[in-house]
Design a protein around this ligand. Structure first.
Ligand code: GCU
Length: 364
């Protein structure tokens, strides 16, 4: 998307402040930082955009970045900051506009727009990537990563993930730029789940992929794959008995109101990938692309760091809303039930190598 260069890089507030100070007014410079592009409260953290005086949506080329969570999410904030830093690093040639709340569509839909280039970037949950290259399954398997540190070590090791992350460039024109932490996922339902018998026959929403369906079936539930935007209504109307997700979604989408028992099955730690259309990436000159890649790596770590506070805050909010956290769960029993999925999925040398790298990072 091309934009006019008029007032390039300045928000209306910042431009007004300039005019006012030239006229001797507003000498305190108390412009409203919350008017910066899309970020609102994030402008303070925008490193290079303090005071929110950069509006990356005025760049020569503005990329749309689709996001399915709210603007309180650290991945949203990191993406907004990435847009401002990219604008600075490329002297206004590139900027990013972030669209939260599934505004551009569900992940399963909008990934097709990234593929055809009509949306340039998105954050996407790991399971959705399996439909393009099934080898992505390794990182979506239950009880795979022992910790966020282990996960991050794998995802930042180019020698491990480099080929996977470029594996759908030819077929889909999609490049994976980085992989971020998305918490650990647990089951929540209208009743507590302490052991497999408690989950037996419950209708549980999972992400849209074969691995996720198979996983929840092995755990004893009935799988209901759907986009996350439909889950609240389905829970409320009784179409679903529960879902599985991290504590931030449980709270942000108010699932804690309609399925209040959040039980720590700890069955998943699935990444979110930051992806871009390959032709868009290749269209940058070498210097801009290198600067962008460095900024992306920073953005992923920024999002990861912010996630821990976001989880704590979300749990507090859910407790206040009347949710109950169930800690005494027989995790080993669930781990045993899903073991066949892990065994049957590691069925080629590529997956074996990825699996081995995870085990090494786990310290096994
Ligand atoms: C998490 C994850 C998202 C995913 C969502 C879901 O929030 O970060 O990428 O889309 O769960 O369950 O659909």
């Amino acid at each position: 998307m091309k934009r006019s260069r008029a007032l390039k890089g300045l928000t209306l507030a910042a431009a007004t402040a300039l005019v006012l100070s030239a006229c001797g007014g507003d000498s305190g410079g108390d412009t409203d930082p919350t008017t910066s592009g899309g970020g609102g409260e994030t402008s303070e953290e925008a490193g290079g955009n303090e005071g929110g005086d950069i509006d990356p949506t005025t760049a020569d080329t503005v990329w749309k970045l689709a996001f399915n969570q709210t603007d309180a999410h650290p991945q949203y904030k990191a993406a907004v900051n990435l847009g401002a830093k990219l604008y600075e690093a490329t002297e206004g040639r590139y900027g990013i506009e972030v669209f939260p709340n599934e505004l551009l569509g569900t992940q399963a839909d909008v990934v097709n727009n990234v593929s055809d280039g009509s949306v340039e970037m998105m954050w996407i949950g790991g399971p959705v990537m399996e439909s393009f290259n099934e080898d992505f399954i390794v990182f979506n398997l239950p009880y795979m990563f022992a910790s966020q540190e282990a996960q991050n070590a794998v995802f930042t090791d180019e020698s491990v993930v480099g080929e996977l992350f470029t594996s759908i460039e030819d077929s889909k024109r999609i490049t994976v730029l980085g992989a971020g932490y998305a918490g650990s996922r647990n089951v929540y339902a209208t009743s507590p789940v302490r052991e497999p018998a408690d989950l037996e026959g419950l209708k549980i929403r999972v992400q849209q992929s074969d691995s996720q369906v198979r996983m929840i079936e092995l755990m004893g539930a009935v799988a209901s794959p759907m986009g996350q935007g439909e889950v609240y209504t389905a829970l409320q109307s009784g179409v679903l008995d529960g879902a599985e997700n991290n504590p931030t979604v449980f709270n942000a989408l108010k699932h804690d109101e309609v399925a209040k028992y959040y039980s720590f099955t700890e069955h998943l730690m699935i990444p979110d990938y930051l992806i871009i259309n390959t032709d868009v990436l290749n269209g940058m000159d070498d210097a801009d692309r290198e600067a962008f890649k460095t900024l992306v790596a920073e953005a992923v770590q920024e999002a990861n760091t912010g996630f821990f506070d976001f989880i704590d805050q979300s749990k507090e909010n859910s407790l206040a809303a009347g949710a109950e956290f169930v800690e005494d769960v027989d995790v080993d029993a669930f781990r045993e039930l899903v073991a066949p999925l892990v065994a049957e999925s590691i069925n080629n040398p590529v997956r074996q190598a990825l699996y081995d790298a995870v085990q090494e990072a786990n310290g096994n």
